[in-house]
Design a protein around this ligand. Structure first.
Ligand code: AMP
Length: 350
């Protein structure tokens, strides 16, 4: 694991910070926000993505660093170039996926916004569970195949975006629906009946507060449209897939806000106790609100989520925190700016 000291060492040579990330996921918002905060922006880009960024002149990076493959980010020369350009990387979902969490932890010697240690707590299912339990959040029950006594969702470790998830209610059904090679990586969770909410938070070590920035719901193909066909439960179970294709904006009734705000605070407190300096910056809880109006958290995304792309000019909640448009992307740059002014950059960079 790369040490904090090593990264701090690079920062001391930085004169004029540039905000950098891979051109994908939430990069438009990250560049747009960085520009609003007065930073230069660097986009690590593959040729086919460039036209997306060139189409939006306010959100395209000031400079492209073109690559044929994102694994090039790990080349020593490329890392050196990033440091020479005084880059601070904002890691989004695609950045973590393309570069690889282990590579980021062990080989990527470039200052990043947030706490690198969070990758291991997010990526390891057992650690993630410990983090959420330590925060006292309600999480779905887990089952071994022969314990299944209710409708369950079967997930596969490392499966991206709900790929190949399926529903099953008994060991027999689980055995029938799982290929032999997949049985050991299957992870069986109680299917929580309710409505999904994905609240976005930001923990600021500089201001010492947890901010509630917005909420979205993920649009999932094709489960979210199957009801249009009037299918039976068996047919829905057979045809349903859970691959995210978009995001929908949401607000909750106000009486649910205390619970959501407290959940974010407890998640940060737990992270500070388990892996200091904790869950720095943006994160999202993936929750289901049951009909008793209690939230069950089935996953955490420990970085900026694509659902925040809904609010490049701020959300129905962030507007009450800032007297100006504040996206999650801009909030990251604002935190870097505040830390810099207070000479506390090492608090938010690792
Ligand atoms: P995930 O990859 O864990 O984010 O899950 C993908 C999707 O599967 C979610 O967005 C939900 O629609 C669904 N899902 C996951 N876990 C549960 C659960 N425990 N109960 C009900 N639905 C779930």
């Amino acid at each position: 694991m790369i040490s904090r000291e090593e990264i701090k060492g690079f920062l001391t040579d930085y004169k004029k910070i540039a905000i950098a990330t891979i051109c994908s996921h939430s990069a438009l918002q990250i560049f747009f926000g960085a520009r609003q905060e007065g930073f230069k922006t660097l986009g690590i880009c593959k040729p086919d993505a460039r036209k997306v960024y060139d189409s939006f002149q306010l959100a395209k990076p000031d400079e492209y660093l073109m690559v044929e493959d994102y694994s090039q980010v790990l080349d020593e020369k490329f890392q050196e170039k990033l440091r020479e350009k005084n880059a601070i990387i904002v890691p989004h979902g695609s950045f973590v996926e393309y570069v690889g969490p282990k590579n980021i932890e062990e080989k990527f010697l470039v200052p990043m916004f947030g706490n690198r240690r969070v990758l291991e707590w997010e990526g390891d299912r057992h650690k993630e569970k410990r983090w959420l339990q330590h925060a006292n959040l309600e999480i779905p029950r887990e089952f071994a195949p022969d314990e299944m006594d209710r409708l369950c969702i079967v997930k596969f470790h490392g499966a991206k975006g709900g790929k190949n998830f399926f529903l099953a209610s008994s060991k027999e059904e689980f055995e029938k629906k799982t290929r032999d090679g997949d049985k050991n990586s299957a992870f069986i969770q109680e299917y929580v009946v309710g409505l999904r909410y994905y609240p976005h938070y930001f923990y600021s070590p500089v201001l010492n507060r947890v901010e509630f920035l917005g909420i979205d719901r993920r649009d999932e193909s094709n489960i979210d449209s199957l009801n249009r066909l009037g299918l039976t439960r068996e047919e829905i179970e057979r045809l349903g897939s859970y691959v995210v294709t978009g995001n929908i904006p949401l607000v909750v009734r106000e009486s649910l806000l205390p619970q959501l705000i407290e959940m974010g605070q407890k998640t940060v407190k737990s992270s500070l106790e388990l892996f200091p300096p904790g869950m720095i910056g943006p994160f999202c809880l993936e929750t289901i609100c049951r009909d008793d109006l209690k939230f069950v958290t089935f996953e955490i995304s420990a970085r900026i989520v694509a659902g925040t792309n809904l609010y490049p000019m701020g959300s129905p909640y962030s507007c009450y925190l800032f007297g100006e448009p504040m996206s999650a992307g801009r909030r990251v740059s604002r935190e870097i700016q505040l830390a810099k002014e207070k000479n506390e950059l090492e608090k938010v960079i690792y």
